[in-house]
Design a protein around this ligand. Structure first.
Ligand code: ACO
Length: 322
């Protein structure tokens, strides 16, 4: 059998910080409200493009894996905020890295784009189609934000991270994937102005109006992630006691607490980054993974559970044996 092991990782985080106090200067909100309702304290805002953030993360991941960009066979760019619709963003990373032999594709399932991308790359490695892959989670939400809408403006941040996957004979790596989509509720999170439906209408690209039902998303997020965690653990034959660290999507501290409770994993074994980065959509899970590795919370042999959900409403959970 062929396995897909994570052999490199890296982040591309913007240095500029936007705090709850900063938001309170132009929105009717407060540090107290945001902290209590979401767990967030600050988030990052980028002044370079998404492709630039993704390229920085990718260079670090390739260096970490000691893999030459010229030997890379596949780039999967997970994001819902592409620099342009055509050409795709993965091709922008390909040219920046000089990864001339790599296939390059974008995957957009909103906040779960990294999980869907990692699942796809794993299947392509396991099937023998490719021997290695770079999987990126990146989001540049601030240009698409409605900065006059306190319901959404406080929740999101920009960032990127990437991992290198390589074929291996040793059992481990990505050992379980469950993906799903609660599409009945797809209208609960919608950004009007980002797609072709609006061409020739009253909205222009960049006129971003957010349709957002936070409470409906909250409930379905808890349900979808809990369901995916249960199924991926059952399929892999592992129990909650075997999980060394949960690295969940970070849209809200209370959602994470609810999912951990359902999964039966105590909060001491849950990675939290929501307080320092907010919700970076597709970048959240990989950035949290890299921070956990830097902090020594993941070591060889660790079993890591990564649940996520996002617009669509897509959801999923992956299991990785380090
Ligand atoms: N500052 C101050 N008050 C606010 C703010 C704010 N930034 N935003 C909303 N309020 C007000 C509301 O207007 C409301 O006032 P009202 O009672 O007078 O009507 C009050 O606060 C309570 O609002 P609720 O929506 O009931 O607050 P809730 O506890 O549900 O928290 C939140 C809202 C944080 C959005 C929560 O529902 C949530 O986390 N939802 C799911 C996560 C999510 O949607 N994430 C983003 C996208 S999903 C993804 O990651 C793809």
């Amino acid at each position: 059998a062929r396995y897909a092991a994570i052999t490199g990782w890296g982040e591309g985080l913007p240095p500029a910080v936007l705090t709850n106090e900063d938001l309170s200067t132009f929105l009717d909100t407060s540090d107290e409200w945001i902290t209590q309702r979401t767990g967030m304290k600050e988030r990052r805002i980028s002044h370079v493009s998404a492709i630039d953030m993704a390229t920085l993360a990718s260079r670090r991941a390739l260096a970490c894996a000691a893999l030459d960009a010229k030997d890379l066979q596949l780039i999967v760019y997970g994001s819902c905020s592409p620099d342009e619709q055509v050409p795709n963003s993965a091709s922008g990373v390909q040219v920046a890295l000089g990864a001339t032999r790599a296939a390059a594709m974008d995957v957009n399932t909103a906040c779960t784009s990294f999980l869907y991308g990692l699942s796809s790359a794993t299947a392509m490695i396991q099937s023998g189609m490719v021997d290695n892959a770079l999987v990126i989670g990146v989001e540049y939400i601030s240009p698409f934000m409605d900065w006059s809408n306190r319901n959404v403006a406080v929740l999101f941040g920009d960032g990127a991270a990437a991992v290198v996957l390589q074929a291996s004979d040793e059992p481990g790596g990505v050992i379980g994937t469950v993906l799903g989509c609660d599409a009945e509720a797809r209208q609960t999170l919608r950004v009007r102005g980002m797609g072709c439906s609006y061409v020739n209408g009253d909205l222009h690209y960049g006129d971003t109006l957010w349709d957002f039902d936070g409470q409906a998303i909250f409930k379905r997020a808890v349900h979808g992630m809990s369901d995916a965690c249960g199924r991926v653990m059952a399929t892999a034959g592992v129990s909650a006691a075997d999980i060394d660290l949960v690295v969940p999507h970070q849209a809200n501290l209370r959602i994470i607490e609810a999912v951990a409770k359902y999964a039966g994993v105590p909060m001491e074994r849950v990675m939290l980054t929501v307080q320092r980065y907010g919700n970076m959509s597709a970048a959240t899970v990989p950035v949290s993974l890299v921070d956990a590795l830097k902090e020594g919370r993941i070591t060889p042999g660790s079993l890591v559970l990564m649940p996520g959900f996002g617009g669509g409403l897509t959801f999923g959970a992956l299991l990785v044996r380090w």
